[in-house]
Ligand binder design. Structure first.
Ligand SMILES: CCCCC/C=C\C/C=C\C/C=C\C/C=C\CCCC(=O)SCCNC(=O)CCNC(=O)[C@H](O)C(C)(C)COP(=O)(O)OP(=O)(O)OC[C@H]1O[C@@H](n2cnc3c(N)ncnc32)[C@H](O)[C@@H]1OP(=O)(O)O
Length: 229
């Protein structure tokens, strides 16, 4: 159980092992996951309410937490520290500084979000509130910030616990998203073909009436035989 948990966290880029270098502050507020094995891991889960969350985000969070009660939906934890234990891509001394960029901002300033996943339906829903550091045109969320969240939400629908990369992402931006507003990102895996995973996604307002964006994406499972991946 612990081993599979560690493997999964490793895949999600969430583990920090004692691989040299100073450990950044592990937790400030909120629940933390602490695992003990040959590698000690202390992680703060950022996918929980904090004071910057709007009423809309909290209400939606509560609704989805209710859906989790029968086990059909699961809240996905999310971490800031990225240090892949097996990453050979960056120097060991660079690892303590590496962070998941969508968790790099302080509470409320950047990406506030929580994701829920339904494994049977192959769906992932992200409740996302974009903060002031994500501004594009005045008062609106930057499209790149939206694209980032579409990518990650779709990636979670494609595969949890496997090494995948985004090969293709197509987005139709239908309406600009107001900064600070909450949107619901719905993604679904609709086809799997060998190493290829196809996902559809839409982004809507909390009441579902405004369609902000639609997207399709292709994720490819990494081939362990190929050294570049
Ligand atoms: C990941 C951290 C995010 C942090 C988020 C924080 C919290 C949430 C926690 C975790 C998130 C977890 C999951 C989210 C997942 C992803 C989100 C972020 C992911 C990224 O940010 S990732 C960076 C951007 N991404 C790249 O950096 C990819 C560069 N690229 C490559 O690495 C290669 O290009 C590769 C591996 C794609 C393929 O290379 P390859 O050599 O292994 O295989 P090959 O070329 O043979 O393709 C095999 C079959 O795919 C078809 N195919 C390939 N590309 C296609 C395309 N563009 N369009 C249509 N079809 C395509 C071929 O046609 C063939 O199809 P067929 O088999 O039918 O012939």
């Amino acid at each position: 159980m612990l081993r599979s948990c560690l493997a999964r966290l490793r895949t999600l880029g969430a583990l920090r092992g004692p691989r040299g270098g100073a450990r950044p502050p592990a937790t400030d507020t909120g629940p933390a996951l602490r695992l003990f094995s040959s590698e000690e891991v202390i992680l703060k889960d950022y996918s929980v309410p904090n004071p910057s969350w709007s009423k809309d985000l909290r209400l939606l969070y509560d609704q989805y937490m209710k859906k989790c009660e029968d086990g059909s939906w699961k809240r996905l934890p999310s971490y800031r520290d990225v240090a892949h234990l097996d990453s050979k891509l960056i120097k060991e001394e660079q690892m303590p500084q590496a962070r998941i960029f969508i968790r790099s901002y302080e509470d409320g300033l950047g990406f506030e979000f929580v994701m829920f996943h339904n494994d049977v339906e192959k769906k992932t829903v992200c409740l996302f509130q974009g903060g002031p550091y994500l501004q594009g045109l005045s008062g609106w969320l930057h499209g790149g910030a939206m694209a980032t969240m579409i990518d990650i939400t779709s990636g979670m629908a494609a595969s949890i616990g496997e090494r995948i990369v985004t090969a293709n992402l197509n987005i139709d931006f239908k309406r600009p998203v107001p900064l600070y507003s909450v949107v619901v990102i719905n993604s679904q895996l609709y086809k799997a073909e060998g190493r290829k995973l196809f996902v559809s996604c839409d982004v809507r307002s909390v009441d579902g009436k405004t369609l902000y964006a639609e997207a399709t994406s292709l994720f490819v499972k990494l081939d362990p035989e190929k050294s570049s991946t």
